[in-house]
Write a protein that binds this ligand. Structure first.
Ligand SMILES: O=C(O)CC[C@@H](O)C(=O)O
Ligand SMILES: [Zn+2]
Length: 555
């Protein structure tokens, strides 16, 4: 009886008043944050590998070629000359389509294309090309291939592994001018877009037509669909809608020799030979450039509920997940995990009022999306009563309207952005068997602390933002982030290769959804066998025999 009254009290607290949730900070696209950072604090790394925060322009952060002196520019690649620039200017016609730092000093214009938003990777390109059509991409690539000019395909440049910026003087092929929605069929839900369409633009377009894009992620305001597909981005709702390998129906891409891969099928079923489009999904621009995508989009759900819980242990998180799958089944659209460190960090940086009063070791965000409000509410109520009564969760809130839905999501989507507050962030994006998912965070916290690297303030220690674990519980995907005041080899040495060995022992993946880029390319062997890597190399050599596509990354 005592137990029952505590439960109903807890449920009443769960039904909070609309005013008690602060507005979320997360709807700000990552790119905006990146741009703000470009103009404010940058970091440099000294000769001992210690990166110091400095105030100044982007030019003050170190080049990748200096941070990783072992990577050497391949002499087989030509340097861009004035003749090359003239060719591209004539080909692309439009002045804004060529940012030329060869015949003039265009450093300030070019810098945003040379560096990533985390200020970790910075290249030396002197030429950015913005083709406006598939035919132009084809001409550009053919010319580059014939002249041994290395290239980096670039979408919204919101990646996390340094895959979309040059290492040396590779030409950046930026896809932002290819930004048209080509067609939408509201009966089948098939959307066809140019690669440079921003994810949020596509989602808004679909929203007006009662549909949604099957992928959603924090960088939606800046990332391009082509980049999403090239990196096989996973995001927040993969649990419900599945991966891009399932949702992408067709791809148009250009190979280095200019061949247009015209596989922009709109068919759900097509068993006629090898499914070659799959090679481009997750290839990170190493075999060609994606120029168009056709994708199946679900109808927008009428009823969306979001609940946010505090839990006492990772065991309870697993119980909650099991119950959510069982009781919410077909309406469950997201199950996200955040540890207490991640939430304190968001509260510190945003100064928003936290959704729950107490501090809990773990938090979960559950989203349901269904077609019948009454039915969904009833299911959710029952689930909430159950998890409260069984003390699987200790406290919780349920969003009462769309503003609160957004605000609660902000406590999850805002984590990566807030982590950048202290300076540099070491990021690991890992697939781990679910029972062990959080123990890696505890192990790393122990190691960082034993090494005397955790603390606040002067000199060492440098891990000021802390060791943070969060991610897509529903997909067994952990984001382990270590937020430091500066990029520091001492921290890196504690983390690597330990994290990768830990993952390899458990047959996990060292990159669940962010790709390999430059950051993880040397570690692919921890997740893939020698045979599989050799097969990948064969594909690379077949499609890109000159190796001009996004060199120094991947394989
Ligand atoms: O920054 C990260 O480590 C994760 C980013 C993204 O994949 C997320 O789930 O928020
Ligand atoms: Zn993620």
């Amino acid at each position: 009886m005592a137990n029952r009254s505590r439960v109903s009290l807890a449920l009443r607290r769960a039904r909070i008043s609309p005013a008690s949730i602060s507005p979320a900070s997360s709807s700000r696209p990552i790119r905006q944050l990146a741009q703000a950072r470009w103009q404010s604090t940058a970091s440099t790394e000294d000769s001992e590998g210690v990166t110091k925060g400095t105030t100044g322009s982007t030019k003050s952060f170190k080049f990748t070629s200096e941070t990783y002196p072992n990577i050497k520019r391949e002499s087989k690649f030509s340097e861009v000359t004035e003749d090359h620039v003239s060719y591209f200017k004539e080909l692309l016609g439009k002045e804004s389509a060529v940012i030329d730092g060869v015949t003039r000093d265009a450093t300030d214009d070019i810098e945003p294309f040379n560096g990533d938003w985390m200020r970790k990777y910075r290249g030396h390109t002197k030429l950015v090309l913005k083709p406006g059509s598939t035919a132009e991409v084809s001409e550009v690539l053919k010319y580059c291939n014939d002249n041994m000019l290395a290239v980096v395909p670039q979408g919204g440049n919101s990646g996390l592994v340094g895959g979309s910026v040059p290492v040396f003087d590779e030409i950046v092929i930026n896809m932002s001018r290819m930004n048209q929605i080509r067609s939408f069929d509201s009966v089948s839900g098939t959307l066809v877009v140019d690669a440079g369409v921003v994810l949020e633009v596509a989602d808004n377009y679909l929203g007006e037509r009662n549909h949604i894009f099957p992928l959603d992620l924090g960088a939606k305001g800046s990332c391009h669909i082509g980049g999403n597909v090239a990196t096989n981005a996973g995001g927040l709702r993969l649990l419900r809608y599945g991966s891009l390998h399932g949702n992408v129906l067709g791809i148009e891409a250009v190979l280095p020799d200019g061949t247009i891969v015209d596989d922009l099928s709109k068919l759900r079923k097509n068993n006629t030979g090898y499914d070659l489009k799959q090679l481009f999904i997750g290839a990170e621009g190493t075999i060609g450039i994606i120029t168009g995508v056709s994708i199946i989009c679900p109808q927008r759900s009428n009823a969306i509920n979001v609940a946010f819980f505090g839990l006492e242990s990772y065991e309870k998180v697993q119980e909650a997940f099991r119950e959510a799958k069982g009781q919410l089944s077909e309406i469950l659209s997201a199950f996200e995990l955040m540890d207490s460190h991640s939430q304190s960090l968001v509260a510190t940086v945003t100064k928003n009022k936290r959704p729950l009063e107490g501090d809990y070791p773990f938090y979960c965000l559950i989203e349901t999306s269904g077609s019948n409000t009454e039915h969904d509410n009833e299911k959710l109520e029952k689930f909430l009563e159950f998890v409260m009564e069984k003390e699987i969760v200790l406290d919780g809130v349920v969003a009462q309207d769309a503003t609160q839905v957004k605000a609660l999501w902000g406590w999850r989507e805002g984590v990566p952005e807030c982590l950048g507050h202290w300076g540099g962030v070491y990021k690991y994006d890992l697939s781990i068997p679910i029972s062990e998912l959080y123990s890696l965070v505890e192990d790393i916290r122990g190691k960082i602390s034993d090494a005397g690297l955790i603390g606040n303030g002067e000199g060492y220690p440098v891990v000021e933002g802390g060791v943070v674990g969060y991610g897509h519980m529903g997909d067994s995907n952990l984001h382990l982030n270590v937020a430091t005041r500066r990029y520091d080899k001492k921290v890196e040495q504690v983390l690597e290769p330990f994290v990768y060995e830990w993952i390899s022992k458990r047959n996990g993946s060292i990159s669940a959804e962010h790709g390999l880029g430059l950051a993880k390319k040397n570690y692919i062997g921890y997740s893939r066998s020698v045979t599989m890597i050799a097969l990948m190399k064969q594909i690379k050599n077949l499609y890109d025999p000159n190796g001009i596509m996004n060199p120094y990354k991947y394989i």
